[in-house]
Design a binder for this molecule. Structure first.
Ligand SMILES: [Zn+2]
Length: 154
């Protein structure tokens, strides 16, 4: 691990106030390449805000996967399979760099207890703030993307 790599705070405005709870490194692929669409940071801050309000305390929204190269995607498909072959990896995944960093996989935990926020709860809140959400993965993560706000159709 290289110190300081992508250790950059991402600052956005929420209701006119600057907020920053995410860093660029959270969106890295395994090689340290990072790309994130501006709308995704807005959406993640809104999801975090809503979850904190619901819990009445600090909730961590954890990005488990962001942008992927074609090679990243193939490596993942080797492990869990392509959708058209019964797996879970879409060939035209919105995680691909060509879509501009519009997709994230997330989980969430209550900060004080480390208890995981249920997948369906996280999915419901993500649906308020992302264009498209899938929340039935067996490992409990939620996929969210802003495909409607990206330049590339599809
Ligand atoms: Zn995903």
């Amino acid at each position: 691990m290289v110190r300081g790599r992508n250790d950059v705070r991402l600052l956005v405005e929420l209701d006119g106030e600057p907020v920053s709870h995410f860093r660029l490194r959270e969106f890295e692929n395994r090689d340290g390449l990072a790309m994130v669409h501006e709308s995704v940071v807005d959406s993640l801050e809104l999801v975090r805000r809503d979850l904190c309000a619901m819990a009445g305390e600090e909730v961590w929204v954890i990005v488990t996967d962001g942008v992927r190269t074609q090679r990243d995607l193939e490596r993942l498909a080797d492990r869990i399979g392509w959708v058209d072959e019964g797996g879970a990896v879409a060939r035209n995944s919105k995680h691909l760099a060509k879509f501009g960093g519009i997709a994230v996989d997330v989980t969430a935990r209550i900060a004080s207890s480390r208890d995981r926020v249920p997948q369906s709860t996280l999915g419901d809140v993500c649906r308020r703030h992302f264009d498209w959400v899938k929340d039935d993965y067996s490992d409990g993560h939620v996929h969210a993307d802003n495909r409607g706000r990206s330049l590339v159709a599809g």
